[in-house]
Write a protein that binds this ligand. Structure first.
Ligand code: ZN
Length: 203
């Protein structure tokens, strides 16, 4: 999930959200390099279902660290393995800028609240698009950590939203599938336009 379309919609904030700081040229270059590892809309991988992780080895731990770095450099707050081309059920996220990056392997929603909330979401695989998505406000998720140890997380608000967004990726589901028909149409049109521009630029 990308930052630009999330932070300002946490609960009903009474204070004006602080705009994201202008990126330095170096940070912009780092972001572009990181995003080159993230599959973009139109890539069939994004529509595929990921398989459970069975082996908790050094490769998995290395990949989780790498994904954390890609997420951080892309200025994202969540990234699913699917988005970097691994059809395996793991994801990383971080909603507080300075907290450690969380890694969830084989996450399952154990419980979700009846109470829902609608907020705008962005996605590192759908750059430049933001659509409104309604989701349960609270969830309890059972997952494993990078060593295979089971953990249970109770999350609310933005954290619950990010986890659900990234878990959707593991099932090939995108925010376009969870928004209104009108917003989906507008978003897809914008994405197709960008695709054309990219193709023209590299032709
Ligand atoms: Zn996403």
């Amino acid at each position: 999930m990308s930052q630009e379309h999330s932070a300002e919609h946490v609960e009903e904030a009474e204070v004006e959200p602080t705009p994201p700081p202008e990126l330095s040229e170096e940070a912009r270059a780092r972001r572009a390099a990181a995003l080159s590892h993230v599959r973009q809309f139109g890539d069939p991988v994004l529509r595929s279902k990921a398989r459970p992780v069975e082996v908790f080895d050094e490769d998995l731990r290395r990949e989780l660290v790498r994904m954390g770095q890609i997420m951080e450099d892309s200025i994202g707050i969540g990234l699913a393995a699917t988005q970097v081309g691994h059809l395996r059920r793991f994801l990383v996220y971080r909603v507080e800028p300075d907290s450690p990056i969380n890694a969830l392997v084989n996450p399952e929603i154990e419980w979700s609240s009846k109470e829902q909330e609608t907020a705008e979401e962005g996605c590192l695989s759908l750059i430049g698009v933001g659509v409104e998505v309604e989701r349960p406000l609270h969830v309890r998720v059972r997952a494993q950590d990078e060593n295979g140890d089971v953990m249970v997380i109770e999350a609310s608000g933005l954290e619950a939203r990010v986890i659900q967004h990234e878990m959707d990726h593991l099932d090939g589901v995108l925010i376009l599938d969870r928004t209104s028909r009108d917003q989906r149409k507008t978003a897809v049109r914008a994405l197709r336009e960008r695709e054309r521009e990219r193709a023209a630029a590299t032709a």
